[in-house]
Design a protein around this ligand. Structure first.
Ligand code: ADP
Length: 161
């Protein structure tokens, strides 16, 4: 059986920083599931379904990538679905501190030996977050090149309603 990896996030919306991690991780593992975190308490621009569909659209060229969603404890989702690896992106030292504690906590919660693997961001996207992109876009600034073009189109449409 091949290595099955999981990359999670809110992806509200998916940025080119996320997509870069997905493309690189899809080459490293036999199967990569992009798991969208379902959190009804968190106010989002796109619905869960919209986010999942957009990710499917922009990862259509990657045959071993699958898109799904989950709620609750990450470790439960991992234990129930038999993932071997958790993939995380690292932008800088702030991410590192948080990610390190999360990885240690998760390691205690995983039933099997599941490793968290960190991929360094493409420096071009080191400053990029979904929230930053949404804020700049809402104020009329250009985020072209930071968000996949198709998703940018959906963001423009949301702005008009
Ligand atoms: P959440 O909003 O739930 O924290 P994010 O969408 O911010 O989720 O992050 C999901 C994953 O993507 C994390 O591992 C994060 O480090 C990574 N990530 C976010 N932005 C970038 C980026 N610009 N480059 C590389 N990785 C990133």
């Amino acid at each position: 059986m091949g290595k099955k990896a999981l990359f999670t996030g809110s992806f509200d919306p998916l940025t080119n920083g996320h997509l870069d991690i997905i493309e690189r991780a899809s080459k490293m593992f036999d199967k990569l599931v992009v798991g969208v975190i379902m959190n009804p308490q968190k106010k989002s621009l796109f619905t869960l379904e919209e986010r999942e569909n957009m990710i499917r659209e922009v990862t259509a060229h990657l045959p071993n990538v699958e898109v799904s969603h989950f709620s609750g404890l990450l470790a439960d989702y991992v234990n129930e679905n038999g993932f071997d690896v958790i993939v995380r992106g690292l932008r800088g030292t702030t991410d590192f501190e948080y990610e390190l504690t999360m990885a240690h906590m998760n390691a205690r919660l995983f039933n099997d030996n599941v490793d968290t693997v960190f991929l360094m961001t493409d420096p071009e996207y080191a400053f990029l977050s979904s929230s930053m992109a949404k804020e700049v876009h809402s104020l009329g600034g250009s985020i072209k090149g930071l968000i996949p073009d198709i998703i940018l189109k959906y963001m423009d449409e949301k702005k008009q309603v």
